[in-house]
Design a protein around this ligand. Structure first.
Ligand code: LIP
Length: 294
């Protein structure tokens, strides 16, 4: 199986690098912008083009593989995601689209290969800052080919935490964001918001931040980051609790009973379980409709 995943990994890296050039060239140009779920949930022609290049490139190498792509999902009549046990590429062509629209350089391509609903490959690539984060299950996590480790911080009072405001204008969601900022702000070293869930997760994986949480994102925002963080020794869990251990061979058994669920639209990740547990106790919860619901 390893040779098959080698081929998958190399192909995904080649395509990610190729579309990265397009994103980098266009970040400071005028864009054609459309809105999706809210007036600030944007999609540009580049998001759509990048997703097409990735899906065409991967499906020509792996004709039996399935795809869950941000833009193909939102272009369909329903936003419902169907995830089977088949090898499935979960793709966010431009994570941080609002940043991309403004020319703020925190943008990335996020790609994960899930097999039996478990991540085998995770790639997060910021082409503007030339940051390539990668992981393969059981092989560790890397930033531009250098091994990375999540932080060892165990206490909220010493943690740099990233937290997103999101692009929903739903009053309940906005209230949840306000309350959590009020809770966290006086208790942590600092709060950060990169505007890209995948890059927030990459920062937890490399120890640049100690934790990140968000509710209201989608499978394509967090599938790659989930693996990269766990391979870097961090924990990924549902914001209300439950966790997935770093990748040992028996991980599948834990993940099946573990509450982190890539379709739940909710994630909390941290360098250590102790910090993650503290955060789950402190934070308010928000439960958006799942990705596999209408
Ligand atoms: C974005 C996420 C970000 C979240 C936004 C949005 P997009 O993804 O990465 O963390 O706060 O609501 O979902 O739309 O740029 O791919």
């Amino acid at each position: 199986m390893s040779a098959v995943y080698d081929h998958c990994f190399k192909t995904a890296i080649r395509l990610t690098t190729e579309v990265g050039k397009l994103i980098k060239t266009r970040i400071n140009s005028a864009k054609t912008i459309e809105s999706k779920s809210s007036e600030i949930d944007f999609v540009t022609e580049t998001d759509k083009e990048v997703e097409k290049i990735l899906i065409n490139g991967l499906s020509s190498e792996f004709p039996d593989h399935k795809f869950v792509g941000e833009e193909s999902t939102s272009e369909g009549k329903t936003q419902k995601v169907t995830l089977t046990n088949d090898p499935t590429w979960v793709i966010d062509p431009v994570d941080g689209t609002l940043n991309f629209v403004h020319g703020f350089p925190q943008v990335c391509v996020s790609i994960a290969l899930l097999v039996d609903k478990e991540p085998e490959i995770g790639i997060i690539y910021n082409p503007v800052l030339e940051q390539m984060f990668t992981a393969r299950r059981g092989h560790g996590a890397f930033w531009n080919d250098q091994p990375i480790k999540a932080s060892k911080t165990e206490d909220m009072s010493k943690a740099l935490v990233s937290f997103e405001f999101g692009c929903s204008r739903d009053p309940e969601k906005m209230q949840f964001v306000r309350e959590n900022v009020e809770i966290l702000f006086p208790k942590v070293h600092g709060l950060r918001s990169l505007g890209s869930a995948a890059l927030d997760m990459a920062m937890v994986a490399c120890g640049g931040s100690d934790a990140y949480m968000e509710s209201g994102i989608h499978a394509w925002d967090m599938a790659a980051g989930d693996l990269i963080i766990r391979e870097a020794g961090g924990v990924v869990m549902d914001p209300a609790g439950g966790f997935s251990l770093p990748c040992f061979c028996f991980i599948t058994a834990f993940r099946k009973s573990g509450p982190f669920d890539v379709l739940s639209r909710r994630v909390l990740c941290a360098g250590t379980e102790k910090l993650a547990r503290q955060l789950t106790k402190a934070l308010k919860q928000y439960y958006p409709p799942r990705d596999d619901e209408n």
